[in-house]
Ligand binder design. Sequence first.
Ligand SMILES: [Zn+2]
Length: 118
Amino acid sequence: MLPETLPYWTAADEGRLLIKRCKACGEVHHYPRDICPHCLSADTEWLQAAGTGTVYSFSTMGKGEAAYTLAFVTLTEGVTLMSNLVDCDPAAVVIGQAVRVVFKPSDGGHHVPMFTIV
Ligand SMILES: [Zn+2]
């Protein structure tokens, strides 16, 4: 884990989803980086995301009890992140599905943002 991402994980443990916004060009990005990937400015700030978004694409891996669903979710703020869809039936998911963030404990010790349908 990079030091620059520590606020992100601390917020996740508190049930808040942070993304980064560049004060130079105004673009948001995720995964959090100190340097804006759009214009390479170091003038970035944390922004608390609403935690809502839509499914851009998804794929269910595995079978039965071991099955899990990976998805690219586009947040309301405009950034897309890869995560898991949880607490829902993958058969009920469609592209463009409205989802909201939920935080799940991970083996890494921090809660990680995942998404469920709304
Ligand atoms: Zn920028």
